[in-house]
Design a protein around this ligand. Structure first.
Ligand code: ADP
Ligand code: MG
Length: 649
């Protein structure tokens, strides 16, 4: 490396002021100082004289209010934050009175941290960390946490950390202040040894005995240099060979991987806190995913049922559309309309329909049921499977026979004793009717699962409703006719017969449209709830992370001191936030699927339909929340002042 051609550290007129309100305190007052490579310097002075402040400025942890600081000839004022971070991690090593090791990491991981930020490959830096620890007599302590080490051992770990990237200049601020005299003496010997190996050592102390070990003693008082004495002339030492920092994509990926590891470690070390942070996300994602699954499942079920009904059936109903309240008052739909439709070439089958709800009784069992009065073709118009007996024919309609066809649900309700329903009698509104057949509607499951009973519409009119008007007419369109043409022809015929449009046509397409548009509205609602609940979850994450930044101020200070870039700190907190949210998302999806499975075991009323797309969307959304709500805490962490952060206990 280049021979030293001037001081390594050069301060001119360095002044540091603190202002609190109107009051301005000058802590350093126009300091001029040159320190050469390879020097061993002790800065001595009473407590409060400005020693630490001076050292923090030399270590680029603090910025002077005035004056010029040149490191190796370069003006530090012209460096941006990243360059100063690079200087700290590549050229400086800090030893603090209170060690400042990270409690969650073992000795080896503490030592390798500056190398992580320097982009040194993992294998290489761990080997180097182990080597230095062994050199300092800590080989068997490398996997101990700081809490499992003595003060002297912790301080040696922090020396190892200062050396990992080369440690050209070692700043030691009261390094023996917290140590017993034996450990203190050992540490001072270690620093002497490092000096002998070419490191520049700058020690801050209030103890004259410690200062006396150094080659050069600078005494400061009230922010001014009182004396500067050298025992030997400044050495013309060469600068230490500092390995170059690894840059580029590989190093960035390595740092990212390290940040993920770090985040996982933090989460494991604080399981309860991490879980509580996740809770909002878990609940939010779980509820949204299950709502979406429920919507998808119901819609799919309904559409399947519609598909079974068939597409060639058109129903003529009273009123202007679904939900028309005046429809009941319309008395114009009559059997003659059905008869007229029957004459049309496009009508393959026609079934007039009357619907009423009456009590249905057999023996002790009574149930208020919807009774459908239908034509003989009804069972042909809709797709029915005949399970037992027969359906009623045209003759029964003409005779107004008191016969009834029931569906399987009704058979199960009224013939729970297992007897054959066919030939037995049911009371419909106290009118006895003979069961002639049992059917299974193809659309079973569409709408309610209530039992259904069917009687001839003529019988329904005379015996049950007492009116001759119909509620609807179902038309099965002949195969040779186009549905749209048939619809037009039916509309024309009905308009001609009624004179006004007091009816509307329904086919499986219109039902599907209705359901699809309802589903769309529902989806919008679910989306709104999703956004709200995830926002609440995200705010929870942000809240706890902001608190955790405060709680981890010291950790952040240490990381910045050993050379983390602001972007490294941001990345670490963002990754933590994303990880928390992502794991919350996974647990949420799992919870929703578990709930879906449990519900499926208990009832068939709901169908929850999960898809990989829902899961992917959930993971995407939770990651986005992590980034969105982790950013503010991450930024506030990255903006911490390392000097203030390290001063915290
Ligand atoms: P030493 O290390 O010599 O004990 P310091 O450099 O830590 O002294 O502090 C020098 C003076 O600066 C002290 O009087 C201290 O109160 C003051 N000081 C240090 N940090 C701050 C700060 N952030 N705000 C205001 N005053 C400060
Ligand atoms: Mg101090």
């Amino acid at each position: 490396m280049a021979q030293a051609s001037g001081p390594l550290i050069s301060l001119r007129g360095i002044t540091r002021r603190y202002s609190a309100g109107d009051q301005v305190t000058t802590v350093l007052d126009a300091i001029d100082l040159d320190i050469f490579a390879g020097e061993s310097v002790a800065i001595i002075g009473q407590s409060g004289s400005g020693k630490s402040t001076l050292m923090n400025i030399m270590g680029c942890l603090d910025t002077p209010s005035e004056g010029t600081y040149r490191f190796a000839g370069r003006d530090v004022a012209g460096m941006d934050e990243n360059m100063k971070a690079a200087l700290r991690r590549a050229h400086f090593g800090f030893i603090f009175q209170r060690y400042q090791l990270l409690a969650d990491l073992d000795a080896l991981s503490n030592v390798e941290m500056p190398a992580v930020y320097n982009g040194t490959p993992r294998g290489k830096r761990r080997k180097e960390a182990a080597r230095i620890l062994a050199q300092l007599g800590l080989a068997d302590r490398s996997h101990h946490r700081p809490s499992e080490l003595s003060g002297g051992q912790q301080q040696r770990v922090s020396v190892a950390r200062a050396l990992i990237n080369g440690g050209e200049v070692i700043f030691a601020d009261e390094p023996t202040g917290a140590l017993d005299s034996k450990s203190g003496a050992d540490l001072l010997a270690l620093l002497d040894d490092l000096h002998a190996r070419g490191h520049t050592i700058i020690t801050v102390t209030h103890d004259p005995a410690i200062a006396a070990r150094a080659q050069r003693v600078i005494e400061i008082k009230d922010g001014r240099i009182m004396s500067d004495t050298r025992k030997s002339p400044a050495p013309a030492a060469p600068r230490l060979d500092i390995p170059r920092a690894a840059n580029g994509l590989g190093a960035a990926i390595g740092r990212l991987r390290e940040a993920v590891t770090m985040a996982v470690r933090t989460m494991i070390a604080h399981k309860l806190r991490s879980f509580l942070t996740m809770l909002g996300i878990i609940i939010g994602i779980a509820s949204v995913v299950s709502m979406v699954a429920l919507g998808t499942g119901s819609r799919k079920r309904v559409l399947e049922n519609i598909a079974q009904i068939g597409t060639s059936t058109i129903e003529i109903r009273k009123g202007t559309g679904f939900g028309d309240r005046r429809a009941n008052a319309i008395m114009t739909l009559v059997p003659a309309d059905a008869a007229a439709l029957q004459q049309q070439p496009y009508a393959a089958f026609v079934s007039p329909e009357v619907t009423t709800t009456v009590p249905v009784t057999r023996r002790g069992t009574t149930s208020a049921l919807q009774v459908r009065g239908v034509g003989g073709d009804y069972f042909t118009v809709g797709a029915f499977t005949l399970t037992a007996g027969n359906v009623f024919g045209p003759a029964a309609l003409v005779r107004r026979d008191q016969v009834v066809v029931i569906d399987r649900n009704a058979a199960e309700t009224f013939f729970a004793d297992g007897s054959d329903p066919v030939g037995q009698t049911l009371l419909l509104d106290r009118v006895p009717m003979r069961v002639v057949g049992v059917v299974t509607p193809a659309g079973a499951g569409f709408g309610s699962q209530n039992p259904r009973v069917y009687v001839p519409y003529t019988t329904a009119s005379t015996r049950l409703t007492g009116r001759t008007t119909l509620d609807s007419i179902s038309v099965r369109v002949a195969d040779s006719y186009d549905m749209l043409i048939a619809e037009q022809l039916i509309t024309d015929l009905m308009l001609q017969r009624h004179g006004v449009q007091d009816f509307f046509l329904v086919n499986s397409d219109t039902i599907r449209d209705t359901i699809t548009s309802t589903a769309a509205t529902l989806s919008l609602l679910v989306a709104a709830i999703a956004v709200i609940s995830l926002l609440v979850g995200g705010i929870g994450v942000m809240n706890i992370m902001l608190v955790s930044v405060t709680e981890r101020t010291r950790e952040i200070g240490v990381r910045i001191a050993v050379g983390a870039r602001r972007s490294d700190i941001i990345a670490q907190f963002l990754i933590e936030a994303v990880l928390v949210c992502l794991i919350g998302g996974v647990l949420g999806v799992g919870l929703a699927m578990g709930a879906g499975y449990a519900v499926g075991q208990v009832t068939t009323m709901f169908t929850l339909e999960f898809s990989p797309a829902i899961a992917a969307a959930a993971f995407g959304a939770s990651s986005a929340i992590g980034i969105l709500f982790g950013y503010l805490p991450a930024r506030s962490a990255s903006r911490l002042d390392p000097v203030a952060a390290l001063a915290r206990d």
